[in-house]
Design a protein. Structure first.
Ligand code: NAD
Length: 353
């Protein structure tokens, strides 16, 4: 396999965790005899500093030419003042839209060894294995925005076809898992959610009659995620609800540093990134957990390059390192000595091939 992969380290801990994912991909290429070519490009605050734009044309061109794109994280206080003219996050939203990656898959799997790393009770979270499928290119994040001295507005828009295609992604995913889809909306208040519910119900009923379906309002879903997380298989929801629910769900797995994501569209080219942000509070200290980034690299191998055996091997190497007691600070319990980002990466890669 010969593939071009664009790496977008971004800001804060982005470069540190991207370096870990890069090492994992290089080792996979070496062990399994593939040729991965890497282009490293600017995005987010780093790109604003250098070029004035959070997504320079050169970055976008490289992403469009690639088989897959890996992104660390963007953002930080330097670029986030209330009067900032251009924001790093704008680059990320544009990138997702340009790549046409409308389905963001966020798996949440609780490893037995980490049940005590979560602030939630072991009896509730043991065995959790769910995927949130978040709609990524529609809704309030992309709607028209207005602001004057005293009033601001964000428009939320959803089209039938956007709901249909994301529900199909969720249902197909569930077919290979436990056959359950839970659709989350706010249909008691929002018109976009009433459309979402009509279309989701119809699509699931007509096209996927074998799937067990459930519908929850987002406020109730936030509660059920904590009270009965094991019941969920695939959760499908709109852009903002998915953004919020997955940060909540990260606490099931113990830390934001454990959760990977894949953003997919109609082609095999995908965008892969840990769900966490740039974590300015720990940036540059070599303490960030690289597991989410390395697991995102495994998703890249699986979804964009169809290298299933290699992806399984990377996931197994992460699990083996955790099972052997390797812990970065975010998942270390009292009495456990945390190791650095670099050492955690070394320990994972030692188990790969
Ligand atoms: P964050 O995810 O950066 O951090 C939240 C908390 O989790 C922090 O305490 C951080 O130290 C910790 N954390 C995150 N990742 C970790 C890791 N790998 N290992 C150990 N601990 C980790 O969220 P935030 O602080 O709300 O946002 C910081 C910046 O990141 C903001 O500018 C925000 O806009 C941006 N952001 C970017 C993305 C992205 O690039 N996809 C996503 C979310 C937030």
């Amino acid at each position: 396999m010969d593939a071009l992969i664009t790496l977008l380290p971004g800001d804060g801990i982005g470069p540190e965790v991207t370096a870990a994912a890069h090492r994992a991909l290089k080792q996979v290429a070496e062990v399994y005899g593939h040729t991965f070519r890497f282009e490293v490009k600017l995005v987010g605050g780093a790109a604003i500093d250098e070029t004035g734009s959070p997504l320079p044309p050169d970055t976008m061109a490289s992403c469009m030419d690639s088989a897959a794109v890996f992104l660390g994280a963007v953002g930080g206080p330097k670029w986030s003042g209330p009067h900032a003219m251009v924001r790093p996050e704008k680059g990320l939203l544009e990138l997702r839209a340009e790549l046409g990656v409308y389905a963001n898959l966020r798996p949440v799997k609780v490893m037995d060894e980490l049940v005590d790393a979560s602030p939630l009770k072991a009896g509730i979270i043991r065995g959790v294995d769910l995927v949130v499928v978040r709609e990524l290119t529609g809704g309030i994040y992309f709607g028209k925005k207005t602001r004057d001295e005293t009033v601001a507005s964000d428009l939320c828009v959803y089209h039938t076809h956007e709901v249909e295609r994301i529900v199909r992604v969720a249902a197909r995913l569930a077919s290979g898992r436990r056959n359950k889809v839970c659709s989350v909306d706010k249909a008691n208040v929002l018109e976009t959610s009433r459309l979402w519910r009509d279309v989701a119900d119809r699509t699931l009923e007509r096209e996927f009659p074998e799937i067990e379906t459930e519908t929850l309002l987002v406020d109730a879903a936030a509660m059920h995620l904590l009270s009965r997380p094991r019941d969920f298989d695939v959760i499908v929801t709109e852009n903002m609800f998915g953004d919020i629910l997955t940060d909540e769900a990260s606490m099931l797995a113990g830390s934001m540093g454990m959760l990977p994501s894949a953003s997919l569209g109609d082609s095999t080219r995908g965008l892969y990134e840990p769900i966490h942000g740039s974590a300015p509070d720990i940036a540059g200290l070599d303490v960030a957990n690289p597991c989410a980034a390395i697991a995102s690299a495994a998703m890249l191998l699986r979804h964009s390059l169809s290298l299933v055996e290699e992806a399984d091997a990377v996931d197994a190497a992460i699990a083996a390192a955790i099972a052997a007691g390797a812990r970065t600070a975010d998942i270390a319990r009292d009495g456990e000595t945390p190791i650095s980002t670099t050492e955690m990466t070394d320990r994972i890669l030692a188990g790969l091939g």
